[in-house]
Write a new protein. Structure first.
Lengths: 200, 497
């Protein structure tokens, strides 16, 4: 029974993250990601009993939503056309979840963080909108957080590693919000393919 | 009377042990003071970063007798090892010259930006110093991320196209941070400690070493810190960030920040493996070093933007540092560390000269320059010294560190790598002579008639570094003495002494 409950909890977490990648309205995507992040904090607290997870992830959720809504209000609520549409993206996300579950023999925690990291990478590669790319980046961060907790749950310094990672994520989100608004003012677009005046 | 003496000695010893903390806090303290001083005097505000760096430099230099005597400072989680101290000295040298240069350079920035600029620069330097004075992996990551986040703001500081460079830097350094934290997690899972000094002990205590986790951790560290070090193929952020950042920040990025990646990477690799002169890890490092040397030099040959040329040359020169340290022999480590010191001196000098040229000509395009040597002889002299030092031409400092890396390669039987390193020096000479020809010789394009140069705080810092390059070139033992404690400490780590 416990394993079914855990599987449901982690599936919900992954589905929320995937939905944040797929939906095309940026405000809705930001709200979905915020719920995903707060949900992750709650799950971490339940799994580890460590209050750092819940405090920091609620903070991450708040510090994500506020600057990103500020950005969207100053730019656009509509996502730039992605490389792959909603249907194809949904299929790929379901595939990622299925393959990771099969690979990890339906272990909800392991398949959960692998799915989140894979979906984040997919979001960064297959979406052209830089707000969506930032959401993909944050999804990877959440997956890495879960990976950290899974691998060194009982280490005395685990909360320290997680705290450093979470603090960096919060600051990076504030920073990227400022950069995205600056890019929009300069390039009049959030399409990452058009933001290419500098050669690589 | 005797009691008073004992108490005084105790207080002095206590103060002495706090030096690393003071040295790390000094730039942060300077950053806090910027708005306060600015309210009193704008001129004093512009000099504040230099004064903060001067105090930091004095604090760091006052640790020299103990560090050279083999003592490691430990206070409140900070720990100054000989390697960290060498990097601290490099940061001091770069910080002093760059903050002195900044006093005049910032006159081209709007007044309303200057408080932020000075605060961010000092926080950036403080973060880097904190990283060098830490040996706990999480603390290293904390300070590294602090400096990275601040440097992203500084790269985007001049707005416009700089936001694009900042965005690329954010994406790639963010991904690098993910790899780094996964690497730290794996190492922690395998060893049960985040303290680098305890890793060898914890590994020697286990009967079966959890090598798979550690190997994976090492590979992730190579990717994460390789991104920071600008190694090919993780270098994509580097040319844009170096080119679009304000010139003093480009100098710090190239002079110190890329070395933070090499610093953390080799601390981790040596702590895990000791000598890494065999196996897959060293093959990966050799490959990355060789491809970075060659690719950076070839790309530099194709550039017409003076700052992008210097940025690609940084990619190339990082290859030498990685190659020297990867050999894990006495000669290789000494060569790698000596090249860290030398590269910081000549690359900062070259960036500051480029800043002077751009300041006068209002362009970064070398095709629109020419004949500047007559109008800016001091800058031309300093640039020539830096260029020849970077190409490894005797009697400049770069020659000796490169020679040590070549010798180490021959000693290790790595003839192909040595040939690549020597050939890259030839390419370096080629693109630097081409750059000098385009910028300083020939006929000046129209519109450059008003160029002039004065002896001021924009010409003196590069000139001072040029003299340093010549002095170390003529008396290499001076530079070798500075890197000696760090070499011995790393060899101790490699040989598990």
């Amino acid at each position: 029974m416990d394993s079914i409950w855990l599987a449901l909890v982690f599936t919900g977490l992954v589905v929320l993250g995937g939905a944040a990648i797929v939906v095309s309205r940026l405000k809705l995507a930001s709200v979905l990601f915020t719920i995903h992040s707060a949900y992750l904090g709650t799950v971490l607290f339940i799994v580890t009993g460590d209050p750092e997870g819940i405090y920091m992830h609620y903070l991450i959720a708040a510090m994500f939503l506020w600057p990103f809504l500020w950005v969207i209000n100053r730019t656009s609520n509509y996502e730039e056309p992605p490389v792959l549409g909603a249907k194809a993206s949904s299929i790929i996300i379901v595939l990622i979840m299925t393959v990771s579950n099969l690979f990890y023999n339906w272990d909800p925690l392991q398949s959960g963080y692998v799915s989140m990291i894979a979906m984040g990478i997919y979001g960064m590669v297959a979406r052209r909108d830089i707000i969506k790319i930032a959401i993909g980046f944050n999804l990877i961060e959440n997956g890495v957080h879960l990976f950290t907790i899974h691998l060194v749950t009982f280490g005395p310094q685990t909360p320290y590693i997680a705290l450093v990672l979470d603090s960096a994520t919060i600051l990076l989100n504030l920073l990227v919000a400022w950069i995205i608004v600056g890019i929009y003012e300069e390039y009049k677009s959030l399409n990452s393919w058009k933001i290419a005046r500098l050669r690589w | 009377m005797e009691d008073r003496k004992v108490a005084l000695v105790r207080i002095l010893t206590e103060i002495h042990s706090i030096l690393p903390l003071f040295a790390t806090l000094c730039p942060f303290g300077g950053a806090v003071l910027v708005p306060i001083v600015s309210a009193v005097s704008k001129r004093a505000r512009d000099w504040l970063p230099f004064v903060a760096m001067l105090v930091t430099g004095i604090l760091i230099l006052s640790m020299a007798p103990s560090v050279f005597g083999g003592v490691e400072y430990t206070y409140m989680g900070l720990r100054v090892t000989a390697f960290g101290y060498l990097m601290g000295v490099v940061m001091t040298m770069v910080g002093l010259t760059v903050t002195a240069y900044t006093v005049f350079y910032t006159r081209k920035l709007p007044e309303t930006w200057l408080n932020y600029y000075h605060m961010l620069t000092l926080t950036f330097i403080g973060g880097i110093l904190g990283m060098f004075f830490s040996t706990n992996l999480a603390t290293i990551f904390l300070f590294l991320e602090t400096s990275t986040i601040v440097s992203i703001i500084l790269v985007s500081f001049e707005r416009g196209r700089a936001f694009e460079a900042g965005y690329k830097f954010y994406m790639l350094s963010g991904l690098g941070a993910m790899f780094t934290i996964m690497s730290i997690t794996l190492i922690y899972a395998a060893t049960g400690t985040l303290e680098l000094a305890s890793i060898p002990r914890s590994l020697s205590g286990t009967v079966t070493k959890p090598l798979t986790l550690l190997d994976l951790g090492a590979v992730l560290a190579i990717v994460g810190f390789g991104l920071k070090a600008g190694l090919v193929p993780f270098h994509a952020w580097l040319p844009d960030a170096h080119a679009e950042a304000p010139t003093p920040i480009s100098a710090i990025l190239s002079g110190v920040v890329v070395k933070t990646g090499a610093y953390a990477l080799f601390l981790i690799l040596f702590a895990i493996y000791g000598g890494i002169s065999s196996g897959k890890i060293v093959s990966i490092l050799y490959f990355l070093a060789a491809i970075s040397m060659l690719f950076g030099a070839v790309m530099a040959l194709a550039q017409t933007d003076i700052k992008r040329l210097l940025a690609y040359s940084t990619v190339s020169q990082m290859g030498y540092i990685i190659l020297g340290l990867s050999y894990t022999s006495a000669l290789g480590v000494e060569g790698g560390l000596f090249h860290i010191l030398n590269h910081s001196a000549f690359k900062v000098l070259l960036f500051l000269c480029a800043g002077n040229i751009i300041f006068q000509t209002r362009t970064r395009d070398m095709r629109k320059m020419g004949g500047i040597a007559k109008k800016m002889p001091l800058t031309a002299f300093s640039f020539a010294v830096g260029a020849l030092a970077m190409a490894g031409v005797p009697p400049f400092n770069g020659f000796w560190s490169k020679l040590l890396v070549y010798y180490a390669g021959v000693e290790q039987g790595q003839l192909i790598l040595t040939i690549v390193a020597v050939s890259t020096s030839g390419l370096t000479l080629g693109y630097m002579v081409r750059a000098m020809h385009m910028v300083f010789f020939g006929e000046p394009p129209t519109g450059h008639t008003t160029l002039n140069e004065r002896i001021d705080w924009m010409t003196l810092p590069p000139l001072a570094l040029a003299i340093l390059c010549i002095v170390i070139g003529v008396f290499p033992e001076l530079g070798l003495q500075i890197v000696k404690p760090a070499t011995q400490a790393l060899l101790g780590l490699i040989l598990r002494l």
